[in-house]
Design a protein around this ligand. Structure first.
Ligand SMILES: [Zn+2]
Ligand SMILES: [Zn+2]
Length: 333
């Protein structure tokens, strides 16, 4: 028996958050306090084109990860302007240099929307100058590659809000993951509550990536928070362990439903879930299975020998979902 996902409480994490240092309404401390009050232990600060060290906020019950949200827009029609928004997460508290920074958006977020002092700007240095601002797969790949060289993890955000078509996300390289849920965009109506189809397109494209459910919180109010989170299983609650946990995919994504472990034994997959109305195993092909009604606490699936990846989606009786990441044949065979 090989355990792919442990059964345990884990730590609740929102890995996409904005503060007053870009277009958010709350200070970094206020965002922390809000999430702590709601049972979260991990929060990634991902302001638009601003990343400084937040780890002064860390304590024995809380880890802040340093990140920023990168943007490349195509400058098209106002209601259909295509955009790559990619979150980059820094591998260590003291690595805060940004790459892939578009001058236009840097100026907008740091000089127009917020007039930051020279001292404040110095907290978030730009490495290698401003980037080519072109909205294209090739340019996004160059920027992701530059970030990966620094050990940064890259996550592709809200594909539907971004007005992306398959040609915009097929061929991306070097991503750690994509947002299967972006809760704020869902509540605005700009994004479905389950981007599993896009996740599958990217996986079938050969991209070995994970899926995340994030709030993309800007205001810490009911309509933009506490609706997309990840349950993470780091060895310890510190920066390095949380970063490693993210990197190796020891987590699942959720809008409120609970996954209670995934294990494989030969061609059998064991999925634990709570209060489930349905448990679905989907794969790279037509081979898939949906168990509905009131699946028992543990659902057993048998894998077809040709399966290259599988992933699990649980829906509970409150209509909330939990999404495993994709598990690839080299991990379960
Ligand atoms: Zn965004
Ligand atoms: Zn965002």
């Amino acid at each position: 028996m090989k355990v792919l996902l442990p059964d345990g409480a884990g730590y609740k994490a929102n890995l996409h958050a904005h503060t007053t240092q870009s277009d958010g309404h709350c200070t970094p401390q206020q965002v922390k306090d809000y999430y702590r009050a709601h049972g979260y232990s991990i929060l990634a600060y991902t302001d638009h084109l601003f990343m400084c060290d937040r780890t002064a906020l860390n304590d024995e019950n809380f880890v802040a990860l340093n990140g920023y949200e990168n943007c490349l827009h195509d400058g098209g029609a106002a209601n259909a302007d295509k955009a790559y928004h990619i979150n980059f997460y820094s591998p260590s508290p003291d690595a805060v240099g940004m790459v892939g920074v578009s001058e236009r958006f840097y100026d907008f977020f740091n000089k127009v929307l917020r007039e930051k002092s020279a001292e404040e700007l110095a907290l978030s240095p730009i490495l290698n100058g401003f980037c080519n601002p072109e909205h294209s797969v090739a340019n996004a790949n160059e920027i992701i590659a530059e970030a990966n060289k620094l050990g940064y993890l890259a996550v592709y955000n809200h594909p539907v809000w971004s007005c992306h078509e398959p040609k915009d996300y097929l061929g991306l390289k070097g991503l750690l993951g994509m947002e299967i849920v972006n809760y704020a965009s869902y509540r605005e109506g700009a994004e479905p509550d389950d981007m599993g189809i896009i996740y599958d397109h990217m996986l079938k494209d050969g991209q070995k990536l994970y899926c995340f459910a994030n709030d993309d919180v800007h205001r810490c109010i009911e309509s933009d928070s506490l609706g997309g989170f990840n349950v993470m299983y780091p060895d310890k609650l510190d920066y390095q362990s949380v970063f490693e946990c993210m990197k190796k995919g020891a987590f699942y994504a959720s809008t409120g439903a609970r996954l209670r472990g995934i294990a494989v034994d030969g061609n059998k997959v064991y999925v634990g879930a709570e209060n489930a109305r349905s448990v679905r195993l989907s794969t790279d092909g037509r081979f898939a299975k949906l168990v509905t009604g009131s699946p028992s606490a543990e659902t057993v699936f048998e894998l077809n020998e040709h399966v290259k990846y599988f992933r699990v989606t649980v829906e509970d009786f409150d209509g909330k979902k939990a999404f495993s990441r994709a598990y690839f044949s080299e991990e379960f065979k």
